[in-house]
Structures are given as structure tokens and as C-alpha cells.
Design a protein around this ligand. Sequence first.
Ligand SMILES: Nc1ncnc2c1ncn2[C@@H]1O[C@H](COP(=O)(O)OP(=O)(O)O)[C@@H](O)[C@H]1O
Ligand SMILES: [Mg+2]
Length: 336
Amino acid sequence: MKIAVCYNRVPDLVRKGEAGDRISEAGAELQAAAVSAALSELGHVPHLVPLGGELASFIRDLQTVRPTVVFNLCEGFWGDSRKEMHVAALLELLGYAYTGASPFCLGLTQDKVRTKELLVHHQLPTPPYLVVAPGEALPASVKLTFPLIVKPRSEDASLGVTAESVVAGRQKLLERIAYIHATYRQAALVEEFIAGRELNVAVLGDGVAEVLPCSEIRFRPGLPHPIVSYAGKWLEDSPEYKGTVPVCPAPLRLSERILAKEVALRAYKVLECRDYARIDIRLRGGIPYILEINANPDISPEAGLARSARAAGLSYPQLIERILTMAVERKEPHDA
Ligand SMILES: Nc1ncnc2c1ncn2[C@@H]1O[C@H](COP(=O)(O)OP(=O)(O)O)[C@@H](O)[C@H]1O
Ligand SMILES: [Mg+2]
């Protein structure tokens, strides 16, 4: 089968965020190469099709390849992660079958606040929170229990998450909210800090979904805070990276495992995920609090989702084949 493996490039100059944030984007090319290698191993014919800042050549490249399916690894458009949904929408309009979430799901899950509103509506646990948009003032009395954590409303890959994100008092909270507004040009999401174990729960499926073995992110003692900070995720030489260690399958009590999987599966359905997703959870007092839903997570061989798949007995090429098959089977008869 001829398959276009699409991923997005980023401009040299990003319009917002920290200069170092670009490191997280360099992984896209490696991820695309790993998926292509798996597809070749499966006997398919992959073509890498990068998406730059110019649509016409991307569309032309796709039309030249004439793929049966597009493997969509795009996480945004030209440095703007909020346009992740637009790329899936473009593929849809062009009539291609493509892997992964719909534009609607990508748009919803990109917005951590909308996601939390839906989770709350469906009585799924998520940390108590408030939102401060640029230009808005923090309420005089904050009805959350310190310490709190401050994140950008619509980023991923731990962008804007550092040791300073965790704040113990009002003054630091105000400073961090101002930092998010100035640097990331969006609302600040302020949540209660859930001091507890962190789990990544991967789900596979379209309609009928399967939860893979939970992965735990362990934090070695000595880190400024036990969180997946930007350094902990991306800067391989940093103490944070060395002190952030995944363990899969996570050693959990049966009741914790059942509850974490149940909550992850319900969130997958509520947010209308399909093919694959990873749900980030923090456990406290036996309750699995959902931090966020990654509807388009990293599927590199060394990332969390593939690690959980391996623990479930799925090799990397088998995982890629599963995802591909779901997209092929979704293809509507009129574009067959
Ligand atoms: N409410 C919270 N309590 C404790 N830690 C948190 C909380 N929210 C985020 N974190 C930490 O910050 C990391 C990144 O936050 P997350 O919401 O997953 O955003 P991203 O999209 O950047 O991955 C998490 O993996 C976790 O370690
Ligand atoms: Mg996360």
C-alpha cells in the first residue's frame, strides 16, 4: 500500500514561547522516519511528505504520491500547535483517508480548559482549576488549595512547564500567570497541584477501544518538583531528564489499575478520540485525576504509547499496522 507519512516543520523564528521550545519540534522528523521504517518492514511503500509554511507544495506533493492512506503525524502548522486540527481538516477536504483523530477531537483536546469542562460535565475527575485570560485579573480570593500549577491553556509537550510553574503563594501565582500571558500569548490554566504518582494511559481503537498497560513516570528525589517539566521531557543532558524515568507496566493495586483504565477509556469516548490517544493522569487518594488527553501523542518507538503497546505484546510494526488498518477501514466507499 502506498502511504504518505506527513509531519510538520517549524519556522526558524517562532512567534511565541521560549527560543528553546523548538527542540520539542525536531522530534517530528525522527518520529516520521520511525513510522516509515515500520511501514516498509510491513511491506508498504511509505513516502515522507513534510508540511512547511506553504500549503500549495504540500498538496502538490500529496497529489504526486497518490497515497491510499495518509499517516498523519502533524502536530500543528508552521509553529502554531493550535492549527493541528486544520491539517486533519485539510486532509479530510482533500478526500484522503488518514490516521488519527478528527479535526473536531484535535481542536477540543488541544484546549485543556474545554477538555476539563467536558470531563467535569461527565463526572470524570480532573484537578480543580481556574482560568485567567490575558487582560483579566486574578479573583481576589482564589478558592483553590495551594500549591497550584500554572500552564498555558493550549500547548502541549510540556511547553511553559518548569519548576517555576508550581507556586506556593499568591505573589508567585500572579508572576507565573503574567509569564504565561507574555510568553505564550494565551490564557493561563491554574490547577491544584496533585501530589501523587503520574500515569500515562494509552488507548487504541475506533469505536471499540482497548486500554493498554499503564505506564508510570517516576521522579527521582532531588528534582525541584516531581513533574514532567520541559527540561525533563526534552533536554537529555539536564538533571530533570535524567531524574524522570518511565516504568511500564506501572506497579498498581488492582483497584487503582481498574479505575485508571476506566477513567481513561471514558475520557477517550467523551472527547471522541479514535485510533490512538494517551491520557495523562495523577493519582491521589486512590482517585485518578485526568490532567489532559493527548489525541495526537508521540508514537515514536521510545515514547510512552509504543512502550505501553510493547507491554501489551505488540511490536512497533504491529502497533503501526493496527493504526493504519483503522484508517483504511474508515475510508468511505465513495473514495475507495
Ligand atoms: N494539576 C497538576 N498536578 C500535578 N502535576 C501536574 C498538574 N498539571 C500538570 N502537571 C505536571 O506537568 C506536566 C505537563 O502537564 P500536562 O497537563 O500534561 O501538559 P502537556 O500538554 O504540556 O503535557 C504533567 O506531566 C505533570 O507532571
Ligand atoms: Mg501531558
